[in-house]
Design a protein. Structure first.
Length: 325
């Protein structure tokens, strides 16, 4: 059988390799590579997909052979991206996004989101907002795997900065040069105590004047978040508080309030959830009582279809909440 050659090739020359990369890389190979890059661990990446670790290892080996480059630096049981691997990660994420766009615009099939994403939220936002939203997304896109962490707001910011989370939803983040934030909701902070608190032995309208007689429950302070302990009300009311209990979760604060004479300033979402156990102490509305909820992501993170879908659902959730306020 006569081998194929083109008109510019002498018959005695070997057939030219028309594909210098050898076997063409696949989208699945790139997905496995991205998972390995995110987790920096083959077994953890395999569990997130899920697939056999050997498949991921083989895919990475094939990519390295095809590209003639070491994509990872092995460090004991962990792997870290090499400079070439970092560049491939940028290109691979962009390519997969374009692949989803092609599928969507051609209209031949419903767009399918897949992959593994790590998101976090302040505790009440994790349970009341992202939990239901992520459940809805996974119902529509069963190949999407998600890791949802409930964290104090300061821990959320630190995890995003460290790359442990892809994005988050939190309260009042302080500006940071490496973070990009988007305000999606503004709500009201409320001063609350337990039902049957002795402060209501005084007239309700002036009960707040007696707060200094009781201990305060305050969130753990950090410079990452504009915390309640710096709330304008505390300054404007010239309240001499005695903080004897600190918390990193509104749920913990509620448990403390139920069993003590403490008072705290909590967001309206928390108060609404525990309305049968807490009572609002009215205070002058001229004081600053607002808080804001923000989508938070690292500026270096490029948009991806799953995040875009998540952000749209978060915006819709809070738009509906504004309409019902």
């Amino acid at each position: 059988m006569i081998p194929f050659y083109n008109s510019e090739q002498a018959p005695w020359e070997k057939p030219r390799n028309l594909n210098p990369l050898g076997k063409a890389m696949t989208l699945d190979q790139l997905r496995y590579f991205i998972a390995a890059a995110k987790f920096e661990h083959i077994n953890q990446a395999a569990q997130s997909i899920p697939i056999s670790p050997s498949v991921i290892s083989q895919s990475i080996k094939q990519l390295e052979e095809e590209l003639s480059a070491n994509l990872f630096v092995r460090q004991n049981k962990r792997i870290r991206l090499s400079p070439e691997g970092g560049r491939l990660l940028e290109l691979a994420e962009d390519l997969l996004q374009r692949a989803h766009l092609i599928q969507h615009e051609l209209g031949r099939a419903q767009p399918t989101l897949e992959g593994h994403f790590r998101v976090g939220a302040s505790h009440i936002l994790a349970s009341e907002v992202l939990g239901p939203i992520m459940a809805g997304m996974q119902k529509k896109f069963p190949r999407l795997t998600l890791e949802l962490q409930a964290l104090p707001s300061w821990g959320l910011v630190d995890s995003i900065l460290a790359g442990r989370l892809d994005w988050g939803l939190g309260f009042n983040p302080t500006p940071h040069p490496q973070l990009e934030t988007e305000e999606v909701y503004e709500g009201q902070s409320l001063l609350v105590v337990r039902k049957n608190h002795p402060i209501f032995n005084h007239p309700e309208k002036t009960a707040y004047r007696h707060l200094a007689e009781y201990p305060a429950s305050m969130p753990i302070s950090t410079n990452r978040i504009l915390m309640t302990r710096h709330h304008p009300f505390l300054k404007e009311a010239q309240l001499d508080r005695r903080t004897t209990f600190s918390f990193d979760s509104d749920f913990v604060a509620v448990e403390n309030l139920r069993r003590s004479d403490h008072w705290a300033i909590l967001v309206d979402m928390t108060v609404a959830k525990f309305q049968n156990e807490l009572r609002v102490v009215p205070f002058p509305q001229k004081t600053g009582t607002r808080y804001s909820v923000h989508l938070i992501k690292h500026k270096s993170r490029k948009p991806d279809p799953a995040s875009s879908e998540s952000f749209a659902r978060v915006r819709e959730f809070f738009a509906n909440r504004k309409g019902s306020d």
